[in-house]
Ligand binder design. Structure first.
Ligand code: DX5
Ligand code: ZN
Length: 223
């Protein structure tokens, strides 16, 4: 893995002041957030409801930071491509929700986005190794998806380690991303497991200085 990437999740931001909250992690490339992580929830795949395509379209107009859409929704086969067409940089769907994950990846790439596949804490990586040949990003969930501010589950790290090994040995070509409970106490163990990109919601947006929190996390994740 190269320079660690930090992707603040706006789930912990103030949605009434979204543009300001996005600007709070902006700035020069290298100092700002690497990706802006946007959690789309449908109250079906997860027991929470956030925002959808119209809000993502507005976010895309208000920032130069590449947008990372994490779709915690049923039937991503139908909805995911719209986020790619809108201009999201990376669009991640859940392995547990996709009916035909290989077709979804092809649609996302054809629309010009990176294709991401996410697995929940109890979902096996081994079941998706063939599917992952079609993907650019693997998002390992280190909490049950649905809410910010939950406790990090270190028991998922073996999946990040295995993915790292498969990438380093040339069997897969993936960016390894982790999401859930990443903060100053947990990011080092995730980094040691070979994660490339770290999502952090509450650790960034509950900080007094969000961009300083991004930089501190990046520093901690750097070997
Ligand atoms: C949870 C979301 C996460 C969430 C992370 O389902 O996918 O992106 O915002 O929040 P923290 O970093 O507070 O665990
Ligand atoms: Zn997320």
């Amino acid at each position: 893995s190269n320079q660690p990437m930090i992707a603040p999740s706006i789930l912990s931001a103030d949605f009434a002041r979204l543009a300001d909250e996005i600007n709070a992690v902006g700035g020069e490339p290298g100092k700002r957030a690497d990706w802006l992580h946007v959690d789309v929830m449908d109250a079906h795949f997860v027991p929470n409801l956030t925002l959808g395509l119209p809000v993502v379209e507005s976010i895309l107009k208000s920032t130069e930071i590449p947008v990372d859409c994490h779709l915690m929704i049923d039937d991503p086969d139908r909805w995911a491509v719209g986020y790619a067409e809108a201009g999201a940089y990376n669009v991640t769907v859940h392995a547990e929700a996709a009916n035909d994950p290989i077709a979804v990846a092809k649609d996302l790439r054809a629309a010009g986005a990176k294709a991401g596949l996410s697995i929940k804490p109890n979902t096996s990586l081994d079941d998706y190794l063939e599917v992952l040949k079609h993907y650019d990003t693997l998002l390992v969930m280190s909490v049950e998806p649905g809410f910010g501010g939950q406790k990090f589950m270190s028991e998922v790290l073996h999946k990040a380690r295995k993915a790292r090994e498969l990438v380093d040995t040339g069997h897969l070509k993936l960016l390894v991303e982790i999401d859930g409970g990443i903060n100053a106490d947990t990011i080092e163990q995730a980094a040691e497991s070979g994660v490339d990109c770290f999502v952090a919601g509450s650790a960034v947006y509950n900080a007094d200085d969000p961009v300083a929190a991004v930089q501190a996390l990046r520093e901690q994740a750097t070997p």
